[in-house]
Ligand binder design. Structure first.
Ligand code: ZN
Length: 136
């Protein structure tokens, strides 16, 4: 098992960051021809998914998060901890903090218009650490 880390500075508030190049860099450095890449963001207010990374969809996805799990609501978490990120934790749980992608012929098995993204749902800028594991 090969291990590395991707470190990302985010702005929080559903900041969406394309990490595809960093993941592809790991595949290249580790000379993985055929295998599975596992990604896991450390923390309970961020998530990893894929999308077509373009400005329209970035807006659409942020709006969908707000419609499905809105910022302003009476979350027990906020009441219990005098916190404001109940929605951040819920969005992270629903999207999930980990992601698998396969590698064939030294390339990530992704579509041309499919990028791997980190979404930071917390309400403030954060330094995020993503564990990358390569299984060959
Ligand atoms: Zn919290």
């Amino acid at each position: 098992m090969l291990t590395d880390y991707i470190k990302v500075k985010t702005k929080g508030n559903s900041d969406i960051i394309d990490i595809t190049l960093q993941v592809a860099g790991f595949v290249e450095r580790q000379k993985i021809k055929d295998g599975i890449i596992f990604l896991s963001v450390i923390g309970s207010t961020a998530a990893i998914t894929t999308m077509e990374y373009e400005s329209g969809l970035i807006k659409d996805l942020k709006r969908a998060f707000e419609e499905i799990i809105p910022y302003k609501k009476d979350y027990a978490h906020n009441f219990t901890w005098a916190d404001d990120n109940g929605h951040s934790h819920l969005r992270s749980s629903f999207i999930k903090t980990s992601f698998f992608v396969s590698v064939t012929a030294s390339k990530l098995d992704l579509g041309t218009w499919q990028q791997i993204v980190l979404v930071d749902f917390d309400t403030q800028p954060r330094d995020r650490k993503i564990v990358v594991k390569g299984v060959i």
